[in-house]
Design a protein around this ligand. Structure first.
Ligand SMILES: [Zn+2]
Length: 351
């Protein structure tokens, strides 16, 4: 269907429209959303913090937290440089007119801001997810906090945040490998009466197009159905949330009543499960997903590491060859046959 628009609109515009949720009768009305505030409501405090951040006035900062932090000197120096905007990320180089391209050279997708470089890039996020304790993740991955607050919040030692950086370095980076507790990661069949949906998404190409894929298996681990989707142009987080949406729509269309959903993006899972507030760009999609979840007799969404989600990952790559839109698959494509077997026999990874 989307190719009909290609003769009337620029390709980029079509890609952006494909990635936009169409209006429907179950959607709530549009509403104003104040992005700097986690609740979406305007407040003077967040407006002040926002302005303070954007005009680059140097606020009074607790620098002693940097210099008193117990750890290698080179890391202290790195923190100090970061807080003074002295680390030349591509976004910073672009701000100083040293380059025209502000993109991250690892993922080639997003602007290489400090947040992206240190926390949000797909190349680093999985590492953080392995070593940041779950109770700190809502703070650590908070998309609304300012960079400076995030840095000092991570350095600060109090009962709540308990020096995330220190704990992480001690637990995950500075400790000998033998001391870390390994966790087994593998795909497992759902219980009798349930189906399991695994889905994933990826971004590729010159236009940074997003592609999704997913599959449903029964309690014997056998293929029930699957889908691939060419999602147009959107962020990696949004594309991953799209893939859950398409997977749930498909599960309802085949009359699945009890469903387990496994997904390897912890932030998306937390947004849908209402553990963290959804970002403004994902809000309407997250709400639609919650409505779809309510349509099942039983539905449970959880995070799985990528080693347990290889089939869905492979399907999202298979989607590159498909036109924009969602395409349902009644039979598994040949390219995932070995991964299906891999899951069925329970190949286990330790991390
Ligand atoms: Zn990146």
């Amino acid at each position: 269907m989307w190719h009909k628009f290609a003769t009337h609109l620029p390709q980029l515009t079509v890609q952006l429209v494909v990635a936009t949720l169409p209006p429907n009768s179950t959607m709530e009305d549009d509403e104003a959303y104040w992005n700097p505030s986690p609740s979406g409501n305007f407040s003077l405090r967040t407006a002040y913090a926002y302005l303070n951040d954007t005009v680059s006035t140097l606020p009074r900062l607790p620098w002693s937290l940097v210099w008193k932090w117990i750890g290698p000197q080179r890391i202290k120096s790195f923190f100090w440089l970061l807080l003074n905007r002295g680390v030349l990320s591509n976004a910073e180089r672009n701000r100083r007119h040293l380059t025209d391209v502000d993109r991250c050279h690892l993922c080639q997708v997003e602007s290489e801001s400090y947040f992206h470089l240190l926390r949000d890039c797909t190349a680093v996020k999985d590492i953080w997810l392995q070593i940041i304790p779950i109770r700190f993740q809502a703070f650590f991955f908070n998309p609304y906090i300012s960079f400076v607050d995030w840095c000092f919040g991570n350095l600060k030692e109090d009962s709540q945040k308990c020096s995330v950086i220190e704990g992480t370095l001690k637990k995950g980076l500075l400790q000998p490998a033998g001391d870390t507790q390994l966790r087994a990661v593998f795909w497992s069949c759902p219980l009798q009466g349930f189906v399991k949906l695994n889905c994933d998404a990826s971004i590729t190409g010159a236009l940074s197009s997003a592609f999704g894929g997913g599959l449903i298996r029964n309690s014997s681990g056998r293929w029930v159905g699957g889908f691939v989707s060419n999602l147009g142009q959107c962020s990696i987080l949004r594309s991953k949330i799209w893939s859950i949406f398409h997977g749930l729509e498909y599960a309802l269309s085949i009359n699945a009543r009890n469903i387990l959903i496994e997904f390897n993006n912890a932030i998306a899972v937390d947004m849908i499960n209402d553990v963290v507030l959804p970002s403004a760009s994902c809000l309407s999609l997250v709400r639609q997903i919650r409505q779809l979840l309510n349509a099942f007799d039983s539905a449970h969404l959880s995070h799985i590491h990528r080693e347990g989600n290889f089939v869905a990952d492979s399907l999202s790559h298979h989607a590159y060859t498909f036109d924009p839109g969602v395409h349902y698959l009644s039979e598994p494509p040949d390219c995932i046959a070995s991964w299906l077997f891999h899951d069925l026999v329970g190949v286990t990874y330790f991390r």
